[in-house]
Design a protein around this ligand. Structure first.
Ligand code: FES
Length: 148
């Protein structure tokens, strides 16, 4: 058996493993699967300083609760009635924002959430948009509360 044939067989084996993994994981990154199955900061907060609830175009709802002190996000929780990818997006947004100054969090958006998650299949990218929109609405709710 020549070297070329061995390489071809190994390449074919690797391609089969990659295909199998894609079938098993549904094309989701390790982080999406991790956050989706073990959500971070999933829950609610009593008397939040900022709060928002949005229903996305797919019909899923997300809520975000903020506890803010000295313009820093001390605590942040989300809830969703959506699927695994909604949990991954909610987890990502909250992990990215927790402990950060509000002005830094303004940069959190759909792209940065997708980047944090190592990407998502096209069909699921709207979950990151729902998380980003809900987060920004909660920040606006906080800003309005401060003005009163
Ligand atoms: Fe609806 Fe993800 S499937 S927000």
């Amino acid at each position: 058996m020549g070297d070329k044939q061995i390489k071809d067989e190994e390449q074919i084996k690797q391609e089969m493993i990659d295909l199998l993994m894609e079938k098993i994981t549904g094309g989701f990154s390790e982080k999406v699967i991790d956050y989706g199955n073990d959500p971070r900061n999933c829950g609610t907060l009593e008397k939040p300083d900022g709060y928002a609830k949005i229903k996305g175009p797919c019909g899923d709802t997300m809520e975000i609760f903020l506890k803010i002190k000295n313009d820093k996000i001390l605590d942040i929780f989300y809830t969703t009635d959506g699927c695994m990818t909604s949990h991954a997006a909610g987890s990502a947004a909250t992990v990215m924002a927790k402990g950060k100054p509000v002005r830094e969090c303004i940069r959190i958006n759909q792209s940065s959430i997708l980047e944090h998650l190592g990407g998502m299949p096209k069909d699921s990218e709207h979950c990151a948009l729902l998380a980003a929109n809900t987060f920004h609405k909660a920040l606006r709710n906080y800003a309005i509360g401060r003005k009163k």
